[in-house]
Write a protein that binds this ligand. Structure first.
Ligand SMILES: O=c1[nH]c(=O)c2[nH]c(=O)[nH]c2[nH]1
Length: 310
């Protein structure tokens, strides 16, 4: 045969599943986008078209919805683990399952005082507004013996309006950038963190609490760091997570530097400097892109370089 089959996987991508849990009149939402990718003994379907080993992608979709009903969704990670285990242990030809989940969060809309008075203390709590902040992410990979859980977030926009400088850099004949001693530091955080939970015998992390704590440490490090570069801030964000969360061995960030340039208002006879309530032009492109991995000492880097691939 002049060609051979290389890596392959298949499954239903982007199953949008919304699970409402009712606790009396108080409802809870889990809103997920679940992608299933399975691999194993799949040579024949590619070579000859025999579907004998193929669990249809349609079935993988149905399984996602059925599991949401049968088992509920405690956390995206728990749900993904459940699905991955099911595909690998119930289908002999399937040796590996990768489940990717995006989670969108919803915030309760508080009833107005008037509504509360009308319907009493037991007012229904079933109205939500979608949170405009980050998308939560997780990827679960299971090969029948070992687990890899990488969680994270994207689209979380943060800004420090001072406590950021950038100077002392290399200057060559193409350098025009002015040194900055008080600038805006803003970025849209895309981050991933890898858990050291790898086998069923080990105690599983508390996924929801872990996410909240990682997010908190990351944001606090962003706010607390007097920054001499976005690279330094990134490292602080990552090491704060590793130092505080024993369940995590590796963190990777991709941070676009959302530049804010002082507008030249001299032509209008206006002085525009940072010391006195300055006006900035928020540029959308090009942007500096700062990316790095922070590892617990002695641990191996496994999160891919390009986070758009995870
Ligand atoms: O925090 C920064 N890091 C850089 O590497 C860099 N390069 C640049 O032009 N501005 C900045 N800012």
């Amino acid at each position: 045969m002049p060609t051979i089959l290389g890596q392959n996987q298949y499954g239903k991508a982007e199953n949008r599943v919304v699970k409402i849990t009712r606790d009396g009149a108080t409802h809870h939402i889990k809103d997920l986008n679940v992608s299933v990718a399975l691999s194993g003994d799949m040579d024949e379907v590619h070579y000859s078209g025999s579907n004998a080993n193929v669990l249809p992608t349609d079935t993988t979709k149905n399984t996602v919805y059925a599991f949401a009903k049968e088992h509920g969704i405690e956390s995206a990670e728990q749900f993904g683990i459940h699905l991955a285990r099911h595909f690998v242990t119930s289908q002999e030809p399937i040796h590996r399952a990768r489940i990717r989940i995006e989670e969108y969060s919803w915030e309760r809309i508080e009833a107005s005082d008037a509504t509360s008075r009308l319907i009493g203390a037991d007012e229904p709590k079933h109205s939500f507004v979608r949170k405009g902040q980050e998308v939560r992410l997780t990827q679960i990979t299971y090969d029948g013996s070992s687990w890899e859980v990488v969680s994270g977030l994207k689209d979380l926009v943060v800004m420090n309006s001072t406590d950021s400088e950038f100077w002392g850099y290399v200057k060559d004949k193409y350098t025009t950038l002015k040194e900055a001693y008080d600038r805006i530091l803003a970025t849209e955080v895309s981050g991933r963190w890898r858990f050291n939970w790898t086998d069923d015998e080990q105690r599983m992390p508390h996924w929801e609490e872990s996410y909240e704590q990682v997010r908190k440490h990351m944001l606090q490090a962003f706010a607390d760091t007097y920054s001499l570069s976005l690279q330094q801030t990134l490292y602080q964000m990552g090491s704060r997570i590793i130092d505080n969360r024993g369940e995590i061995d590796e963190v990777r960030f991709s941070l676009p530097n959302k530049h804010h340039f002082l507008v030249d208002l001299e032509p209008f006879g206006l002085k525009n400097d940072t010391a006195d309530g300055a006006v900035y032009y928020a540029a959308d492109r090009p942007y500096g892109l700062i990316e790095a991995t922070i590892l617990r000492d002695g641990c191996e880097a496994r999160i891919p370089e390009d986070l758009t691939n995870l």
